[in-house]
Design a protein around this ligand. Structure first.
Ligand SMILES: Nc1nc2c(c(=O)[nH]1)N[C@H]1C(S)=C(S)[C@@H](COP(=O)(O)OP(=O)(O)OC[C@H]3O[C@@H](n4cnc5c(=O)[nH]c(N)nc54)[C@H](O)[C@@H]3O)O[C@H]1N2
Ligand SMILES: Nc1nc2c(c(=O)[nH]1)N[C@H]1C(S)=C(S)[C@@H](COP(=O)(O)OP(=O)(O)OC[C@H]3O[C@@H](n4cnc5c(=O)[nH]c(N)nc54)[C@H](O)[C@@H]3O)O[C@H]1N2
Ligand code: SF4
Ligand SMILES: [Mo]
Length: 780
């Protein structure tokens, strides 16, 4: 926890000014206050007034000055020259050259030859919200994003069970009596507000139980009442055995099943055929322990499951997501306090894609399906690096570093080098910007207005209020940067789909902001879109060019939030009113917007107390959970064959299982590039079991080679008995190049995606199996 002495609160002089914003290193976006001076953060502390974090911080936030200030910040637009070097280019020229090249690619090959990658990281979603107009202008259908290398299997299962992939499920670990944490390490990776406090509260309370399923004795597993130390990648066996035990022992909630679900018989018959003993043995868990947890979960007054990458980026990932959900569904722990539940979202962060058989989109080259209207980064290099006539020829990357974070970095580099055009929008020089034809620099997330639409992390009863935080800039933008929304607006103008100005509507917007009761602006917008329906796809750019221009300088990008508020109140008027706002319809939407705009910290969106019926968020017409997913029940039936044909990996060419991408105290995706922010684990060591270290005669600090079928990298050993023998782990968020003080390029720690293979992924969602990469080790 980073805190400052009381006396600092009074500082507002030469030593800087305390300003309120949020940490953007993970999806929780805890409120912070920074003592800012000339763009430097001198001190950082938690914001006690923030609705969800209430002053809570983890150790990473205290180092945010390293995100904001380092030698690799981009401050000027750059264009690659024929010799590979970059030279300065004026914005106007860059935008018009890029627009001309994109237009000609579109004309010659169609919009599908252009892909968009990114769309917002952990705290910068405003740019992504405005990019839709730009994508429409070019007919871009292929949106690739990091989310499609972790959560799309889960979304797909939600689509089958609840009717739409956009049905978003959260869990109420704040109040659950029994919490099953499955392939997640919230002590380190968070994933819920105030994660460490939640875990400590459970630990202190004898009546509450924490079970952790993890091959490693993770920091969270150390706090658990029961740790199921599953063998890496074998969760599907453990989970299906637990479900089979629940069915066999009559522990399912038959009332809930009868009232709220369909197709239970099919599910029951598949699970009844499971050889529980054999599955538990294969998973590495004793049958009695699996039984104890199955009984404990099913008989607890309230129980919930919290799952993350440990099952989603591991073998059988989509199937794992199904099994995890069946645990809480069959025991009736759904849509109730202390269980898992459908949660309302502020903005439509997740969309829905039909399956290919129902007319859903697939990629032209590899045939990968869209889930939630996004495509898996695993297939992108192959969509580019091919002779296929319908290949991807241009990529626009915004706030992503796929050359480092996508599976198989070498394939990414080779593919990006083949592109006709690569444009990268970032705040820093990255491995991806190095490959770009044009680099467009944006202000950092503290130098512009920003927001994240991850507003769902609140609990059913613990905190029935959903918050949204529109962060104002806390320091001046560096150099000649443009916000992403402004870049997208200028691209739309250069592509000829919107005019530079909308003088009449801009004027009406100014009048409306002064006299909201007039409704002049919203009515004019409605009339405009009614008479110009072909302009509807560019609504985000238009609202930015009109209402945005009418807002105070620096707050233009808030315009879209006004629109989102209007949609939100159409659905949740009562809940919004319950937070103290009056009025209805557009007035209410406007009031919500004004409150968001006027508050420095997170403001309440709506009060979602027990009066909200979460079943209303179900999207199947019958409002029932459709339990049987034929594709996955089929996969389930082939698990037995897989186990029986398994050969002991110690005989194989790659006898170790590498968890490629562990969250640790000192990694934060690719958001911190310069390693100076780290206090420990500077090299991003490879954790290995003492027995394995002894076999290689290595100690902590020694080097080894870690080699997969794709590449070999040198790693620093950390002897560590939290991992199982035969299993090694390397951290996520290392291996990036950075500029040292003299401006020379350096690299820090393991670049893990050199080792990963794009084909080693889930059949349905194409999410990578990063947690179980087969490797061999050798003496360096
Ligand atoms: N410190 C830190 N926090 C972060 C991030 C960061 O970079 N650094 N990144 C953020 C992001 S983008 C994300 S998506 C989240 C991810 O958050 P998490 O998924 O919680 O983090 P991971 O460490 O990737 O994996 C979680 C656990 O899965 C376990 N695991 C590995 N293989 C298996 C397996 O086969 N089965 C099971 N059951 N468990 C397995 C690991 O041992 C680990 O303890 O973290 C967020 N928070
Ligand atoms: N092997 C392996 N690979 C993994 C994972 C793993 O566990 N193992 N984890 C995966 C997961 S879960 C995730 S979420 C991804 C993350 O991968 P990415 O989404 O590629 O990476 P991020 O770290 O979120 O940061 C992306 C970029 O955003 C830039 N950025 C920061 N602020 C701004 C801004 O305001 N504007 C713009 N335009 N850019 C900005 C940063 O400089 C950085 O270059 O990695 C994935 N890759
Ligand atoms: S939990 Fe996430 S948002 Fe909160 S301080 Fe830590 S990294 Fe930042
Ligand atoms: Mo992630």
């Amino acid at each position: 926890m980073v805190s400052a002495p009381e006396k600092d609160q009074a500082i507002n002089n030469d030593s800087g000014t305390w300003k309120t914003t949020a940490c953007m290193l993970c999806s929780i976006n805890c409120g912070i206050q920074v003592l800012e001076k000339d763009g430097e953060f001198l001190k950082i502390r938690g914001d006690k007034n923030h609705g969800t974090s209430e002053g809570y911080l983890c150790q990473k936030a205290g180092r945010l000055n390293h995100y904001q200030n380092h030698n690799g910040r981009l401050t000027q637009p750059l264009k690659k020259q024929p010799d590979g070097s970059f030279s300065l280019i004026a914005w106007e020229q860059a935008i018009s050259e890029i627009a001309a090249r994109l237009k000609s690619i579109k004309q010659e090959h169609g919009g599908h030859a252009i892909a968009y990658y990114g769309g917002g990281g952990q705290g910068n979603h405003l740019g992504g919200a405005y990019s839709s107009a730009f994508r429409e202008a070019l007919g871009i259908e292929y949106v690739y994003t990091a989310l499609a290398q972790e959560k799309t299997g889960d979304f797909w299962v939600n689509g089958k069970l609840y009717g739409r992939q956009s049905c978003f499920v959260s869990e109420d670990m704040h109040t659950a009596d029994y919490s099953l944490v499955l392939g997640a390490n919230p002590w380190i990776a968070h994933g819920m507000p105030q994660a460490r406090k939640v875990l400590q509260d459970i630990k202190k309370d004898d009546k509450r139980t924490l079970v952790v399923v993890d091959p490693r004795v993770s920091e969270t597993a150390k706090m658990a009442d029961i740790h199921l130390q599953v063998k890496p990648g074998r969760d599907a066996y453990l989970l299906s055995a637990m479900i089979a035990i629940m069915i066999r022992d009559g522990l399912v909630d038959q009332n809930f099943i009868d009232q709220h679900t369909t197709d239970y018989q099919q599910v029951q018959s598949v699970f009844s055929a499971i050889d529980i003993g054999a599955y538990c043995e294969y998973a590495g868990i004793s049958e009695s322990l699996a039984k104890q947890v199955a009984h404990g979960f099913a008989t607890a007054k309230t129980a919930c499951v919290r799952a993350d990458l440990g099952i989603q980026q591991s073998l059988h990932s989509t199937l794992n997501s199904y099994l995890e959900k069946l645990l809480y569904l069959l025991t009736g722990n759904f849509n109730r306090e202390g269980g898992n539940y459908l949660a309302p979202l502020f903005a439509p962060l997740i969309a829905h894609s039909p399956d290919p058989d129902d007319g859903g989109m697939v990629t032209r080259v590899t045939g990968a399906r869209a889930i939630a209207k996004i495509f898996p980064p695993n297939v992108l290099p192959r969509e580019i690096n091919t002779d296929h006539p319908e290949r991807v020829r241009a990529v626009w990357v915004d706030s992503g570093n796929p050359a480092m974070t996508g599976a198989d970095s070498k394939a990414y580099v080779e593919a990006f080098e083949k592109l006709d055009l690569l444009v990268a929008v970032d705040i820093a020089e990255t491995e991806t910007t190095a490959l770009a034809d044009y680099i467009l620099p944006a202000p950092s997330q503290f130098e512009k207005m920003e927001a994240s639409f991850f507003t769902y992390g609140n609990d059913w009863q613990g905190k029935p209020t959903t918050f949204f935080h529109l962060r104002k800039a806390v320091s001046e933008a560096k150099g000649d940067t443009l916000t992403e929304p402004e870049i997208y607006r200028r691209m739309c103008v250069a592509l000829g789909v919107i005019p530079e100005r909308f003088p009449v509507m801009e004027k009406l917007a100014r009048f409306y902001l002064k006299h909201p009761g007039s409704r002049a602006f919203p009515l004019a917008m409605a009339v405009y879109f009614k008479s110009n329906p072909k302009m509807i796809p560019y609504a985000s750019a238009i609202i930015y060019s009109t209402l945005g221009r009418a807002l105070p300088k620096g707050q233009e990008t808030a315009a879209i939030v006004w629109g989102i508020c209007q949609f939100f109140v159409q659905r949740w008027a009562k809940q919004v009113q319950a937070t103290g706002l009056q009025g209805k319809g557009m007035q209410l939407g406007h009031q919500l917007f004004q409150r968001i705009l006027a508050t420095d910290t997170a403001s309440p969106l709506g009060s979602f107390d027990a009066n909200v019926d979460p079943w209303k968020l179900m999207r199947h017409k019958d409002k029932k959970v459709h339990l049987a997913i034929p594709e996955l029940l089929e996969q389930l039936q082939s698990l037995a064959d897989e186990a029986s044909s398994y050969r002991d990996s110690t005989d194989s060419e790659y006898p170790f299982t590498l968890m490629a991408g562990e969250r640790r105290s000192w990694n934060a995706n690719q958001i911190y590039r310069n390693p100076d922010w780290r206090k420990k684990d500077i090299d991003g060591s490879m954790r290995m079991h003492p027995d394995d270290a002894e076999a290689f005669k290595v100690q902590t600090g020694d080097s080894l080679y870690c080699e997969s079928a794709r590449a070999r990298i040198k790693v620093t050993v950390e002897v560590d008995n939290t991992v199982q023998p035969g299993m090694v782990t390397l951290p996520h968020g290392y291996g990036m190049k950075y500029r040292d003080e003299g401006g020379a390029w350096q690299q820090n720690g393991p670049a893990i995606n050199l080792l990963t293979d794009a084909d080693y992924c889930d059949e349905i969602a194409k999410t990578p199996f990063h947690k179980t990469v087969p490797v061999r080790l050798s003496v360096a």
